[in-house]
Write a protein that binds this ligand. Sequence first.
Ligand code: NAG
Ligand code: NAG
Ligand code: NAG
Ligand code: NAG
Ligand code: ZN
Ligand code: ZN
Length: 467
Amino acid sequence: MGSSAVFTTLLLCALTARCSADGVFWHVTDFHYDFTYLNGAESGKICDSQTAGQPTPNDPGNWGDYLCDAPWRLINNSVYAMKAIEPNPDFIIWTGDDTPHIYNDKMNTDVVLAIIGNLTDLLRSVFPNTQVYPVLGNHDYHPKHQMPPTPNTVYNATWNMWDVPNWLSSDVMNTFVNGAYYTMQISPGLRLVGLNTVYYYTNDKVTAPTDGNTDPAGQFAWLEGVLQQAKTDNEKVFLIGHVPPGFFERYQGKSWFYPEYNRRYLQIIAGYADVIKGQFFAHQHCDSFKLFYDDEGKAVNSMLLAPAVTPWSTTLAGVGANNPGIRLVNYDKNTGDLTDVSQYYSNLALSNMQGSPLWGREYSLRETFNLPDASPASLQDLLDSFSNRSSDNFEKYYLYNSVSHDQSSCDGSCKVAQLCAIREVDYDKYQDCINAATSGAKTAQVSTLLSFEIFFPFVVAAFGLAA
Ligand SMILES: *[C@@H]1O[C@H](CO)[C@@H](O)[C@H](O)[C@H]1NC(C)=O
Ligand SMILES: *[C@@H]1O[C@H](CO)[C@@H](O)[C@H](O)[C@H]1NC(C)=O
Ligand SMILES: *[C@@H]1O[C@H](CO)[C@@H](O)[C@H](O)[C@H]1NC(C)=O
Ligand SMILES: *[C@@H]1O[C@H](CO)[C@@H](O)[C@H](O)[C@H]1NC(C)=O
Ligand SMILES: [Zn+2]
Ligand SMILES: [Zn+2]
C-alpha cells in the first residue's frame, strides 16, 4: 500500500473512529428458487425438480427437500439468517443461479426475470443500506446456459433492476448491457471485478471457441486491461464469478470450461497473481477451494467456492445433495488479504423436524483448521495436511464439502479426485495428477528406480495413498 493510502486510512480513522482494518462480507449463491414448491400436505404437484431428472419426493418438508430446489420460505429464511448473524457487512457478493432446475419448456425469459427480481427485492429489503455486487449464473438465462456475447433482453432488464443505490453504478452500464460483466471500486485500493464466466461453460453453445472467436464479448481482453490498470494504480482485486475453471472435486474428470478458455483464464491469473487477492465462485453447490501456482510451484493465488442455498441433489451420479449454506469472508481492508472464512449452515432434515431452521457456524478456516489466515500459503498448508494420517483435516473438509450432509468417508479414487481438483486447475496437469495417483499406487510395488523416485514420493507426499 502506498503512503498516500496509509495517510487516507489514518485520516478516515481520525474522522470516523473506525480504525480497524478488519473487513467482512457475505457471499451467498445458487438460491435456485422453485416457485412450484408446495408442501407435502398439498397433494399433487410438489416440487418441479423431478422434471430435471430427480424422482418425486414423498413428503417434501416445509423448509425444502434434498431432491428439490429451494422454496421461498427457505430463501427468505436464509437471507434473514445473514441479517441476524452479520447485519453490517461491508458488502454482499451474490454469484447467481436464481431459477430452478426445470426443463426449458417450463421456463421463459419473463419467469427468469421475475425470479431475479424476487431475489433482488429480498436482498434489498433485508439489507437496504448494503452494497451488493451480483453476477449472473448459467440458470439466469432462457434457454438456460445459452448466454449470448451480445446485448439482449435479460442483460438489459437485469441492468435496470440492479442500477439502484448501493448496487451497480451507472458508469458500468456499457460492459453490463453488452456482456453482463463490470468492475467497481470497493474502497480506495480495493477493486471488485464481476465476471460472466457462463461464456466459458461448455453448455453455452453460442460461445464455443472458433478460429474467429476466442474471447466472447471481449471479456478476457477487458479483464487484462482492468488488471493492468489496477496494477498501475496499486489496487488489489477481488474476482467474482459463477462457473469456475478447473474440475469438480466430487466427480472425477468433470470440468466446466471449454479447454481454450480454461487455459486463458489460468494465464491471466498467473500474470496478475500479485494483484488478485481473492476469487469467489460458485455453481458446484459444494464447499471447496482451488490453488494457483507460480513456475516454482509456490501457491500464489486461490479460488474459494461457496456452497448453495438450494439443497437440490444434482443428477451427476454419486455427487448428492447439500445443506443450505451462507458464507462470511473476513479480509484486511488495507491490503485485501483474506483473513478467514466462516461457513454458516442449517441442517435441512432437522429444520423440517423442528419446525424452523436453526442457523449455526459450521466451521471457520482459522479456528477449525488452526490456520493463521486464509492466504494461498495457508490453504496450501491445509491441502498438505489432507495427506497427513495423524490429522483429521481431510475428514472435516470432506464433511463440509457437502455442507455437513454427506457423512460418508472418502478415500481411494474419491480422495484423489478431491485433491487433484484443489491442486490442478490446468486440464493436463489435473490428468497427470490423477494418473500419477492411480499408477503410482501400483508402481510403488515395482522396484524400478524410475517408479520409486518419481511416483512413490509424489504419491506419499501429495496423497498419503501408498500403503
Ligand atoms: C421471512 O422471514 C422473516 C424473518 O424470519 C419473517 O418475519 C417473514 O414472515 C418471512 N417472510 C416470508 C414470506 O416467509
Ligand atoms: C416474484 O415476482 C413476481 C413478479 O413480480 C410476483 O408475482 C411474485 O409474487 C414474486 N414472488 C415472491 C415470492 O416474491
Ligand atoms: C434495453 O432497454 C431500453 C429501454 O430501457 C431499450 O430502449 C433498448 O432497446 C433495450 N435493448 C435491448 C437490447 O433490449
Ligand atoms: C500431522 O498431524 C499431526 C496432528 O495434527 C501433527 O501433530 C503433525 O505435526 C503433522 N505432521 C506433519 C508432517 O505436518
Ligand atoms: Zn447452481
Ligand atoms: Zn450454475
